[in-house]
Design a protein around this ligand. Sequence first.
Ligand SMILES: [Cu+2]
Length: 260
Amino acid sequence: MIEFSAGRYLKDDCPKPRLRPRGAAVIGGTLLLAQVALADPYTVVAVANGGTIQGVVKLAGTAPTIAPIEVTKNQDYCGESIPNPVYVVGKDGGLQNVEVYLKDITKGKALSTDPVSISLVNTHCMFRPRVQAATVGQQITISSEDPVLHNTHPQNSETNATIYNIALPYKGFSVTKPLPATPQLIKVKCDAHEWMRAWVWEFDHPYFATTGDDGKFTIKDVPPGTYTLVAWQEAAGEKSVSVTVTAGKTVTADVQLEPK
Ligand SMILES: [Cu+2]
């Protein structure tokens, strides 16, 4: 049984997973953290006969027409314009670059550290991939395939706090950094090319998937129970779906996002 609840439009900098510190207070403009406990910390348990959630994410109707990106710097290498990749729709209507995850799951299988390091490549004056996810404890390798200066600048999407600010001065440059200690949605910018954008979802649990060009996702080894499954897309925002998982079975949870 799947029920759709109201979607929430998040215009620019979007939603975050459970990050609210408990015991936080603002006094005289200063944020005081009485304790730094995260809401509902994730506990690793054995999952012997979990279920699978699968589905496809599509847009309701057709994707809005978005003008190509106008290149304003390094046109000799980057070109005059770049197709805008905000909505990438496959031939059967599947929507790419949607992050699908279980919200507020508190128990389940262990986090994966394979790969140890996720990859974010500056290539042809864009980031690749545009959307990906990782878990706390993983690293990120940021590299450049371009002979122009890039400046990779990941920020917390909620606070805009800088996580790193890395100059990539030449083709072949690479640096590996630990991801932040707390789960969050990271917005990645390039200070040299303002159109460059990527998103890294960092979770404290392993129940997530990023849709490929067919819009499909699969989340495995889920302990039986009822969960809120969230599908997030950078422009369409997010939609929540209630999904009940039965031991050893596969449940389908297709999601339709409203284009914005
Ligand atoms: Cu750049």
